[in-house]
Design a protein around this ligand. Structure first.
Ligand code: ATP
Ligand code: MG
Length: 333
């Protein structure tokens, strides 16, 4: 069986992809959904969120053989094959496969084999390389009997992200309420369609594959509006202007449907509006935990304590919506 892979994707930077993957991974694990989170952004921000300075140092300076995603795929750049990755167990149902700044070097290998996968011969190697993220993600998921795989990526439309999206059964799009996010959304739809079609052609070009391949569904689940990306001094009216255009642009650009006149809070495809968590963000970073796990001992008292509770409930609602849309089950079921 194939484990669902959800990627949080937007080529616009700073829209909260990494924070979302981090918080959702924790809340889903709380709900007894077994999760593998994977950092496929060469900036490795998710890895810095999950691991302490000391852990990062030992991970990258004196690495174990297969301790990062890059180390699991690196042999492919020579004559070797993929290696089963070592996962970090973060909590009972949360596992993590760390990222690696060296992953950026794989961009070139992926670009090189992209045309070769449409050739007439020697399919094995190009397909092994192009599907390597999917192979590793599935290997990791099966190893720990995961219900779900969550992936964080960098903000670009390069060859690494193309391969990550090919590995994704589902896509969630985090957005800010501004012109840049809206323009980004307009690019994303055609890009996803191009990648889907190009991968389908490639699969058809290798009718008897020697190993399993991803289907490259990249099914859009919905979008998540981020309030933090809006400058605090901007008038509410400016925020409203952009946010209210999102439901229509999402339908046109991503789903190729007619535009609608809806506000995001009325739109079933708006999975959540994430609040600006203000001072809880540095607090949570200092204690290296999700915002909703902050305690009075960490300094979350008074109105902060309420915001922590609300964050917990908000993320739980979001996780349940994603669960309903994607249809994965819980460990206990
Ligand atoms: N809900 C929030 N409230 C306040 N700050 C937030 C919130 N979500 C994210 N941030 C902050 O905004 C910044 C960008 O968020 P994040 O790194 O998650 O975005 P990203 O899309 O992963 O960025 P990149 O494109 O660089 O990978 C970070 O400093 C993060 O701490
Ligand atoms: Mg990020």
């Amino acid at each position: 069986m194939t484990i669902p892979v959800i990627t949080f994707f937007n080529n616009k930077g700073g829209v909260g992809k990494t924070s979302l993957v981090y918080h959702l991974a924790y809340i889903l694990a709380e709900m007894r959904v077994r999760v593998v989170a994977i950092d496929l952004d060469p900036q490795a921000n998710l890895t810095a969120a999950f691991l302490s300075e000391e852990e990062l140092e030992s991970l990258w300076e004196t690495p174990e053989p297969v301790s990062t995603i890059f180390r699991a795929i690196a042999p492919l750049s020579a004559i070797g094959d993929l290696r089963e990755p070592d996962l970090r167990r973060i909590s009972q149902d949360l596992y993590f496969l760390p990222g690696d700044v060296s992953l950026s070097g794989f961009e070139e290998t992926l670009s090189e084999v992209w045309p070769a996968s449409m050739g007439d011969s020697n399919h094995y190697r190009p397909f092994r390389i192009l599907s390597s993220f999917w192979q590793i993600a599935q290997m990791a998921g099966k190893k720990v009997e995961a219900d779900l795989i969550l992936v964080d990526v960098g903000p670009n439309l390069g060859a690494i992200n193309r391969s990550v999206l090919i590995a994704s059964s589902h896509v969630i799009i985090p957005l800010g309420a501004d012109l840049f996010s809206l323009q980004g959304l307009k690019n994303l739809g055609p890009t996803l369609r191009t990648w889907r079609t190009a991968w389908k052609k490639r699969i058809d070009n290798w009718p008897n594959p020697e190993f399993d391949l991803p289907k490259g569904e990249m099914q859009p689940v919905g979008y998540i509006c981020q309030q933090h990306s809006v400058r605090l001094n901007r008038p509410v009216k400016a925020y409203d202007k952009w946010i209210n255009r999102i439901p229509g642009v999402y339908r046109e650009a991503i789903l190729q449907q007619e535009t609608v006149d809806l506000r995001p809070e009325e739109d079933p495809l708006c999975l959540a509006t994430i609040k600006h968590y203000r001072s809880l963000v540095p607090m949570a970073q200092e204690y290296r935990k999700p915002i909703f796990f902050l305690t009075p001992a960490d300094g979350a008292i008074g109105s902060h304590a309420n915001a922590v509770k609300e964050a917990y409930l908000d993320f739980q609602v979001l996780a349940k919506k994603i669960q309903a849309a994607v249809g994965f089950s819980n460990v206990l079921k």
